[in-house]
Design a protein around this ligand. Structure first.
Ligand code: PLP
Length: 231
């Protein structure tokens, strides 16, 4: 095992242990999906992670992600999640390689992804990103606008509405924000029973997200380390 593989294996095991402790503490009997966010890190790390049993990776920049995913030896072994902001003009590109888009925050983007998915002959799983901070600085639709945007997504033929995503606000504790997201997710499910996913929790706050019922965690630095200079 190379030093890098040993390092990734150790950090991955530590994150899985944190997830398991949080799951037991929350009395949950389901284990959330771990999306390992590999942005800023090379495809060689993705290959090592795949060998270590990782099934889901996350990316947040279109050009970097497109190149990395195209070069993967075992693309079919992975579900690729796009977790960052998407410019509408990049939607056609993202629709070609992403399996799941976590960050749909406006109707125009949903429509552009739908057209891109149609051209690529694909159907994308989509989460609506909700802004949980009053300033909206971390992105996402205002909670009041979630039902409308979700209805738009649900009405598009090449998108499948799977649920909601959020990033905890910079200020204040994450747990109440994730509790709010859970309420919004539950309310959304009344109209859209298939929207069962809740993407929340990163390296620093994954325990709070597990406690509030997150189905997908997006963890980068706790596994990959801090950003490399070539990012
Ligand atoms: C980078 C990123 C993550 C991972 O964050 P870490 O703190 O490195 O675990 C999760 N979600 C989104 C949207 C990101 O851009």
């Amino acid at each position: 095992m190379s030093p890098r593989e040993a390092e990734l294996a150790e950090r991955l095991a530590a994150v899985r242990a944190r997830m398991e402790d949080a799951r037991v503490a929350a009395g949950r009997d389901d284990t959330p999906t771990l999306v390992v966010v590999t942005k800023f890190f090379p495809g060689s790390d993705v290959e090592l992670l795949t060998g270590l049993g990782v099934t889901d990776i996350g990316e947040s920049r279109d050009q970097e992600a497109a190149e990395k995913v195209a070069a993967l030896a075992r693309r079919e072994a992975l579900t690729v999640h796009f977790v960052g902001q998407v410019q509408s003009k990049k939607a056609g590109s993202v629709a070609r390689y992403a399996d799941v888009v976590h960050s749909v925050d406006r109707a125009k983007l949903a429509q552009a992804l739908d057209r891109g998915a149609e051209r690529a002959g694909r159907v994308l799983d989509v989460l609506v990103q909700v802004g949980l901070d009053t300033a909206g600085e971390r992105g996402g639709v205002a909670p009041a606008d979630l039902p409308g945007l979700a209805a738009t997504v649900a009405g598009l033929e090449h998108l499948r509405l799977r649920g909601v995503m959020a990033v905890a606000p910079r200020e204040g504790p994450p747990r109440p924000a994730f509790a709010r997201l859970r309420e919004l997710a539950e309310a959304l499910r009344v109209e859209h029973p298939g929207a069962t996913w809740m993407s929340a929790g990163m390296s620093a706050d994954l325990e709070d997200a597990v406690a509030e019922g997150a189905t997908h965690l997006r963890v980068g630095t706790a596994i990959l380390g801090t950003r490399q200079s070539h990012g």
